[in-house]
Design a protein. Sequence first.
Length: 221
Amino acid sequence: MIKIGIVDDKSINRTTLRQSLSADPDLKVVLEAVNGEDFLFKLQELNSSDFPKLVLMDLDMPVMDGIETIAVATVRYPEIRFLVLTVFDDDEKIFEAIKAGAAGYLLKDDAATQIQEAIHNVLDLNGAPMSPAIARKTLQWLKEGHQPGNSKSNLIRHNLTEREQELLKLLVEGHDYKAIAVRLHISPQTVRTHISHIYEKLHINSKAQAILLAQKYRLNG
């Protein structure tokens, strides 16, 4: 039995998707959430053995959107795979979702059987399924050597102050709290306060996760 999660702010979408997945006896929906923050909270309440193996993720949600959620969750829970399931097919969102760590990108008007096949493709074959329309766009990028610009959804630069970004860069470079305090001319306690705020804003809970997330967004580049 493959455990599935659904993250979508609209109840009707979650219900429709749950019903369509029930046609596949190998799939079982074990978690539903209304946004990324709700999803991360519910995961914390579960034992790791009860985690979904794959999550179908909407993009446009209040509080914490799908791209930010994927970026954080792939760092905190690397054993969980994420498939985007959305109405958006614009270049920027496709690029950002893949960059965040999505294993595939599907559209909500894709057939239920296609979504089921995509789940098995990711988990059984380590594939990267995409809707035909998305695949065509991706091929066009490659032909044209095109890469969308930096998105407003860049998790770190969008969420952190300049001081917090500066501090996080030093953390990624390997400096300890005392060295960071000396470099920034602040107290070690102030460093700890900043780090606490960074963890809260990025929805993470350890230095290792902060470093991985910063490296994903090349904050140290």
